[in-house]
Design a protein around this ligand. Structure first.
Ligand code: 4NP
Length: 151
């Protein structure tokens, strides 16, 4: 799960996906990272921590890190939150196989539309609600896909 700062959107995506993996007993791992290094080592933004906690998901242990080329080897799928993150990740790809792993996360729900998970950093709390709902729906699709592939 990749966004810009790895403190707002992708930590929520990691927490939501981890919750679905655990509850369904899926054979999968999830992690998150940012394309920028501004917040490396920091915990998730308090607004993300709060919205996750409201849904019973604890993301306080997460620490921001920067996306690295080695992530192409560690993961089968790399989900970008918006088209800027997508483009930054694609530029780091070494080959077609790396590129094939990268997808816009909302393409799971809207395959024909390029929908961004909006950056909520400079907005109010409502932005975080919307981000949570978008990520919950896309992570549900991803969990279904993993379940079909592995059952
Ligand atoms: P994120 O949000 O990419 O969802 O973690 C942001 C966090 C920090 C900044 C921008 C977006 N920033 O400019 O510091």
């Amino acid at each position: 799960m990749v966004c810009l700062g790895n403190i707002c959107r992708s930590p929520l995506a990691e927490g939501i996906m981890h919750d679905k993996i655990t509850k369904r007993g899926l054979p999968a791992e999830v992690d998150s990272a940012g394309t920028a290094a501004y917040h490396v080592g920091e915990p998730p933004d308090p607004r993300s921590r709060e919205i996750a906690a409201k849904r019973g998901i604890d993301i306080t242990h997460q620490r921001a890190r920067k996306f690295e080329v080695a992530d192409f080897d560690r993961f089968d799928k790399i989900y970008a939150m918006d088209k800027f993150n997508y483009s930054d990740i694609i530029h780091k790809a070494r080959n077609e196989n790396d590129k094939k792993k990268v997808e816009m996360i909302m393409a799971t729900v809207h395959p024909t539309n390029t929908v961004d998970v909006p950056d909520p950093y400079y907005g109010g709390d409502r932005g975080f609600e919307k981000v949570y709902e978008m990520l919950d729906s896309s992570c549900e699709f991803i969990a279904d896909m993993i379940e079909k592939k592995t059952s």
